[in-house]
Each structure stands twice: as structure tokens, then as C-alpha cells.
Design a protein around this ligand. Structure first.
Ligand code: 5GP
Ligand code: MN
Length: 325
């Protein structure tokens, strides 16, 4: 079923790319390794095909430890091509890209269960562990996968599977990882960029977040917060705060972990669970994500209360949804 649909989508995608005069590849705001690795991997493929292609991300703060990704220096922060074919990577809704894409043809490549199918073609496999897994299946029979694409796709896969530990790690994931390594991805070099290139700010802000850790509902819910003053004191950027919420979920009693990050314009909320489906919770606040990893952003206008009240509002929502017994 998935295979025959994918076959049709491959043909359509190839035709759209062949006919496009210019192509813009987009990754989502507050980018992670999956969105950037997938976007840069596709960029490497199309660039080598001689296509007129650009790779764009609306966020000006990019994760520095990902600067080893091929063509990282090609990332721009605005779309220069008019009327280009858009390829979106790793986001479930259009508002995650930070650009007005009205009237554009869109190929939507993703693995979020909350995906709204906003594209003209939607290659969305929610069971896949990373968007690069989806992209590999889509593109590997259309174009030869070169070492640069293999490096970028492997990086995305390594990161979104949290080093091959998430519940969606299947034999297919290892088959694709093996294939990417065979085609030139270096697993040792790539892993070092994740485990040995942390910024001091990221550790300092982690220290403050852990200090705020609160357990509620018999130790089942862990909440942490990072306030503006913590960000200012440590010099942390958004990429520096990625992964902090996982420390809440790492506790034995915790089923659900929440991290609230205060921004100038609002609150960024990350949620993780061990098993319960948290997408309804994220959607009820206008966000989305996966079954066990989701998030949303509240503007200050939407939410003017203090951080402590924000904690309790989240806890109330969780109770109302009865996702925990
Ligand atoms: P994180 O907590 O790491 O920022 O996000 C966890 C997951 O939820 C990611 O897969 C991310 O794409 C998704 N997500 C986070 N924030 C939002 C949001 O505001 N809207 C939607 N649709 N998805 C989000
Ligand atoms: Mn992803």
C-alpha cells in the first residue's frame, strides 16, 4: 500500500522537479538536525543535477554543531526565487516555516502525525523515524545518493532517533542507515559533532532548568522552566536548549515531561511522554508533533500569566484530557 502510493508520488515529484525553473528547499523555524539534514541532503542531490536551487531557513539562530553538514554555508534566511517550486522538510503545518507561501507549488516531505497535508504532493509517513528516512525512500530511486546527501540524511536519522533509541527504530531504519554509511556517511565523525561539541551556554542553561524541576501527579509529570533571565545570564540560544526536556522524561516515575521556555514574544513549550499520545494536548494549544514528542508556542498576548501559572495551566489541561490515570 505504502509502496504503490510512494511510486506514484515519486513519479509526480520527479516531474515537478524536472519542470521547475527554480526550487526553494525549506526547513522549519528553530531548526533541528532532521529538518536541516533533510533539506541540505535534498539540496546536494538537486544541485548536482544542475538545478537552480536555494536552501532557506527563516531562523537566524542555527545550531552551530551542525555546521559540518554539507552546504551548511549555503543556508539563507530569505527566499530569493520568485515562483519557485517549494520543498518543505520536517514540519506538519505551513506556519512552521515563517514565510508566506501563498500560490506556490509545494512538495511536503514529513513524518509528523499532525501533518495538515498542506502540499500539492504530500509525502508524509508518520511511522518513519525521521524526515530524512522519508526523503531517502522518495529520492533514492530517482537520483544517485552521493556522499554529501548520505552524510546529511544520516545525521538527521541519528538525531531524530536519539541515536537509534526511539520506538520507531525498525529494521528499515537500520537498512537505510547501513545504505547511507555505504554511500559515504561517516558515523564516527557525525556522532562526534553531537557528543563533543556542546557550548558552555547549553550546559549552564541546563543547570538552571534542572534547578527548576518540579514533580506533580505522584511524580508522573515533570515540569521545568527557563526564564528570560536564565537565557540572558547564560547566553543560551534556542539550539542550546534542545534536548533539555528529555532530562524530565529520563526519571523513572515520569510519564510526561514539560519544558517552558520564556521568550520575549511568548512561551515555547516542549512536551515529551513515554507512551501516552500527547498530540491532542499540543493541538489544543495550537501546536503539534509526534505521539511522544510535541510542542507549541503561546504568544504573550494569548498568555499573559506568570510562569508558575503557566505550569499549573499545563497540569490542568493534562488532567482534563485524562491522558494520565
Ligand atoms: P520540540 O519540543 O523538540 O521543539 O518539538 C517536538 C516535536 O513537536 C517536533 O517534532 C516538532 O516538529 C513538533 N512541534 C514543536 N512545536 C510545534 C508547533 O508549534 N507546531 C507544530 N505543528 N509542531 C510542533
Ligand atoms: Mn523530524
Amino acid at each position: 500500500m505504502e509502496n504503490s502510493k510512494l511510486q506514484l508520488q515519486m513519479e509526480r515529484v520527479k516531474q515537478m522537479i524536472d519542470e521547475a525553473r527554480a526550487i526553494t528547499i525549506l526547513s522549519h523555524i528553530n531548526p533541528d538536525a532532521d529538518t536541516l539534514g533533510t533539506a541540505l541532503g535534498i539540496f546536494a542531490l538537486l544541485f548536482k543535477q544542475g538545478k537552480r536551487v536555494e536552501v532557506v531557513n527563516a531562523s537566524t539562530q542555527l545550531p552551530k554543531h551542525l555546521d559540518f553538514l554539507p552546504f551548511f554555508s549555503k543556508l539563507k534566511h530569505k527566499i530569493d526565487f520568485a515562483d519557485s517550486l517549494i520543498i518543505t522538510c520536517d514540519a506538519g503545518s505551513l506556519d512552521r516555516f515563517g514565510f508566506d507561501l501563498t500560490g506556490r507549488m509545494i512538495i511536503n516531505i514529513d513524518h509528523h502525525i499532525s501533518n495538515t497535508f498542506f502540499g500539492d504532493v504530500n509525502v508524509v509517513f508518520p511511522n518513519d523515524a525521521s524526515t530524512s528516512q522519508v526523503a531517502f525512500k522518495l529520492f533514492s530511486t530517482i537520483y544517485p545518493i552521493n556522499a554529501q546527501t548520505a552524510t546529511a540524511f544520516y545525521t538527521a536519522l541519528l538525531s531524530d532517533t536519539r541515536y537509534f533509541t526511539t520506538s520507531n527504530v525498525t529494521p528499515e531504519v537500520f537498512d537505510i542507515a547501513r545504505e547511507l554509511v555505504a554511500r559515504g556517511a561517516n558515523p564516527v565523525d557525525i556522532a562526534k559533532n553531537f557528543t563533543q561539541r556542546r557550548s558552555l551556554s547549553s550546559v549552564r542553561v541546563l543547570e538552571r532548568a534542572l534547578h527548576s524541576l518540579t514533580l506533580t501527579m505522584n511524580g508522573q509529570v515533570a515540569t521545568m522552566q527557563i526564564l528570560l533571565e536564565d537565557i540572558e545570564a547564560t547566553g543560551a540560544t534556542m539550539p542550546d536548549m534542545e534536548g533539555i526536556v528529555d532530562y524530565g522524561r529520563s526519571l523513572a516515575t515520569v510519564e510526561l515531561a514539560v519544558l517552558l521556555i520564556e521568550l520575549k514574544e511568548g512561551w515555547r513549550v516542549s512536551i515529551r511522554s513515554k507512551t501516552v499520545d500527547i498530540t491532542p494536548l499540543a493541538k489544543s494549544f495550537g501546536g503539534g508533533g509526534h505521539k511522544v514528542a510535541a510542542g507549541f508556542t503561546l504568544s504573550k498576548a494569548e498568555y499573559t500569566q506568570s510562569a508558575v501559572k503557566c505550569h499549573s495551566q499545563i497540569a490542568t489541561q493534562i488532567t482534563q484530557l485524562r491522558i494520565l490515570q
